[in-house]
Design a protein around this ligand. Sequence first.
Ligand code: G6P
Length: 614
Amino acid sequence: MCGLVGYIGKNLSRAPIIKGLSRLEYRGYDSAGFACLNPGDNRLVYVKAQGQLHNLIKQFDQKPIDGHIGIGHTRWSTHGVASQENAHPQFDCYKTLSIAHNGIIENHHMLKEQLMQEGHLFSSQTDTEIVAHLLESLLQIHKKLLPALISLVNQLQGAYALVIILQAYPDQMVVIRKGSPLCIGIGQQEMFVSSDLLAFADITNKVLFLPDQSFALLGKELLELYDFSGAPLLPSIQEVDSAWINVDKNGYEHFMLKEIYEQKGAIYASLAFFRSISHQIWDQVGLTSEQVKNLESIHFLGCGTSWHAARIAQFFFEKICLMPARVMLASEFRYMPFFAEKNSAYIAISQSGETADTLEALRLVNSMHIANIALTNVASSTAVREADGFLLTHAGQEIAVASTKAFATQLAALYWFAHRIALEKGIINLYQFETAQEDILIAAEALENSIEKYKKIIVETYAPYYAQYKKFIFLGRHISYPFAMEAALKLKEISYLFAQCYPAGELKHGPIALIDAETPIFLFSSLDSLVYQKLLSNAQEVKARKGHLVVFAFEGQKELIQLADACFIIPTVNPLLAPLAMTGLMQFFVYHIAKVLDCPIDKPRNLAKSVTVE
Ligand code: G6P
């Protein structure tokens, strides 16, 4: 949450910082700011703007500030509305030091009161400003930077990443990490700081992921790392593979559309990778073959779209591995009673590997010494570093806030992994495992072909027509229920239209009262013959009340197709992969509804791609 970029080095900082921020806008985009030390007199100068980054860039025409040490920020508000005053960087009383921050200072109330009593004057409602004033105060007490920083980090509670520049220390940038991600890119006589290496991945691949609860002093050729007690730490610099990072739209109008079209390729790439590691899979995920054979249950943790992928995967694991699978929302998990089970494993699913709720849930499992695996798309993420083992999807960088190809590859990965476990346990044989892999590719084909088949009619007819409605009901049953939840989430996220999802069997227990001419009902079919019959009855219940029915059906489902007011017919696939086959068309349809409504599709209001606060 929030994009954070810092630069210190031989070059001027504004250009790399703005470029970095533009790549991080997915992390928040309600206001932005830049501060640097003026070359020559080292005076702290800054520019801030409400709204997206381009508003900040416009301001440089009037105030073309730049310097060799600078920090920048794009914000996703937690404390205080989106305004120029609340935009980062924030300052101390005399604007001699400047701070950009990602995370939440939990004890900010108490600290603010104390600082106000000391006479500090605040000009924003942010928790970040408290850090600036506290550091100002501590520098007066300790006179030197290092002891002031040690005292600072020991007073701040919460999860935070901070980047600080000070007039009094023009050759040093301070970076601090507790909980929130922060990395340092090491260049030639220059250092980059960011909440995501995407910001500088094209300039250097030498990266230090700041250890949790540590801080660093950076200069153009200086890197000193300390723990929170002030003891020096040895930096462990890694070389990261940034070849897969592609931040261009490649001619598409939005990243979301580009990413929808990249799904088949992403599934193929992920499967090719899984095939290549199939023999060493247990080392990679941090389990022994013995542990896998003895596995009696599996648990999933995730948020948003990743939680929906987990809800779908529950069906995979129960059907294929013949063991109970449980799914918890990561944000709820920590506050529920924890019943440790023998022979169990947890899979934390997160596209980014940085979602705070998911990481905290993962840490809880880890602290109980229960086997845990991170399923993520980002090899350099915190989830990968902290989990016992990991499984990587190969979706490539996903930029649009609404997840598309990450979701599709999560489904493919989980389907593959369920079969790999079943193979190890002797539940299926090698031939069945090979067939399952082929089935994933068949579903990827269906995903792409159905977009092509309905592209024209969606763009010309369906999207303009359905964009006129204000509210929708989404229905699914069995494995198509969590998929319907994902479809409703996608519509809400990018079009701001109200979409309520129900399990189709529940319709008659209340929601049926909502059926009217103003509320189209989207129904997602199933390839399980029994479930299909039940869904058919639910569709009839809708039509009997003159409801307007939009159906995502499969080839051969004649009765359902006949009931529909609008219908998409998708090629048949393995029944468990029905959601994957429907994925592309569903996303393409809601994308075009949002486009008709002229919504900012890649950066919907109030959202951020990576939510690193709880
Ligand atoms: C945010 C995004 C959602 C995403 C969720 C989980 O809320 O807006 O689109 O599904 O985070 O993200 P993760 O990276 O953990 O999968």
